[in-house]
Design a protein. Structure first.
Length: 376
């Protein structure tokens, strides 16, 4: 399974990946579209003859592109790559960008899935996280998306927010049921440095209850089980038949091609990435001899990534998958795995090793215990 990821770095204000403001984007959007199309042509052989099963417009705020520009990129990709008929074509968007006018035109493109960054259905949470949209805009965009035929939707919700009670969190989850959302992602709040929330925490204006995140995760699991959502990945939940094709390709270790500033690619042996700075990216694409940066992964790097990703999945690691790794890595893995099995943190069946439901909140830590780390 191969996918294409387009990193669209535009946002409404200066940020890590942007060197200019929303008010100056119009000409830059046109230049970026042309550059993305050119890069796609230049790298059309990256994944050989594999068919593309997913195309993902993400990073920054790709919904700041016009729908006609999104379709122009898709038209160009069709010339350079072979697609499966059922290819998932997903667009990340913020609720405040999904206006009726935008969705009406977007519905005429090949985009068939929307990933909407809700984060919360409550205004006080959104203000705390410095989000530009309101709870009302979140609800309105969900209604409009369905009106224009977008039923393949995924949203994200954050838990462990300061002052968020267990009852508040369950109420948030109930909104997914009310809107019949087929797929959602849910993450614990991460406090980034140099943000308003980080400043308020330092001043003592708000507090983060670290035990609340664990409770909310358990509430999340119970809700998903009761409402027919499968927790197929640590942070991702879906109704039957609605697993994310694009993200699943990452979790299965499939190759993917990233286009655009800061976009990363993976071919099974090495990672490649583009410069993050927009202006340098645009300049580089038209320079002779341009190529992305490269990191060749060691066998141990690839093994550790395999362990990390698989331990986040519901099915865990298939025992037959381990047979393809060198003996010294298998020996190390089983030594550590038996310790975790004895401690109840890992479970073994006839064909696989997986993290039991009650331990999944600690998945990343459990996976790290299985890593092979060379001694200095």
């Amino acid at each position: 399974m191969a996918g294409i990821y387009l990193h669209i770095p535009f946002c409404r204000q200066a940020c890590v990946y942007c060197d200019f403001h929303f008010s100056t984007l119009h000409g830059d959007k046109e230049a970026m579209v042309e550059a993305l199309i050119k890069e796609a042509y230049m790298r059309r052989k990256y994944m050989g003859t594999q068919e593309i099963k997913s195309i993902y417009f993400g990073g920054g705020t790709p919904s700041l592109l016009e729908p006609t520009q999104i379709q122009a990129i898709l038209n160009a990709l069709r010339k350079d790559f072979q697609w499966t008929e059922s290819a998932e074509i997903c667009l990340e968007a913020n609720p405040d960008d999904l206006s009726e006018e935008f969705l009406e035109v977007l519905a005429k493109t090949e985009v068939n899935r929307l990933s909407i960054g809700l984060q919360s259905f409550k205004d006080e949470d959104l203000r705390l996280m410095n989000r530009a949209h309101s709870a009302q805009e979140s609800r309105a965009c969900l209604d409009l998306a369905r009106r224009y035929g977008f039923t393949n939707l995924t949203v994200d919700l954050i838990y462990g927010i300061p002052n968020q009670s267990d009852e508040d969190w369950l109420w948030q989850l109930e909104q997914l049921k009310a809107y019949d959302i087929p797929h959602f992602s849910s993450y614990a709040l991460t406090v980034e440095p140099k943000t308003v929330l980080a400043h308020w925490l330092k001043q003592g204006k708000v507090e983060v209850d670290e035990s609340a995140a664990a409770r909310h995760f358990k509430i999340l699991q119970d809700f998903a089980l009761a409402e027919g959502y499968e927790q197929y990945e640590l942070s991702n939940f879906c109704r039957p038949g609605h697993q994310a094709v694009h993200n699943s390709s990452y979790w299965q270790g499939s190759p993917y091609l990233g286009l655009g500033p800061s976009a990363h690619s993976y071919n099974g042996r090495a990672r490649h990435w583009n410069v993050a700075n927009n202006k340098l990216y645009l300049k580089g694409i038209y320079s002779e001899g341009w190529k992305p940066e490269e990191e060749l992964l060691t066998l141990e790097d690839r093994f550790n990534e395999f362990v990390m990703i698989r331990m986040r999945l519901k099915e865990g690691i298939l025992i037959k998958e381990l047979a393809g790794w060198p003996d010294y890595l298998q020996s190390h893995f089983w030594t550590e795995a038996h310790k975790l099995i004895k401690a109840g943190r890992l479970r073994k069946s006839d064909d696989r090793l997986f993290i039991p439901g009650g331990q999944r909140f600690f998945s990343d830590g459990i996976a790290s215990d299985l890593f092979y780390l060379k001694e200095d």
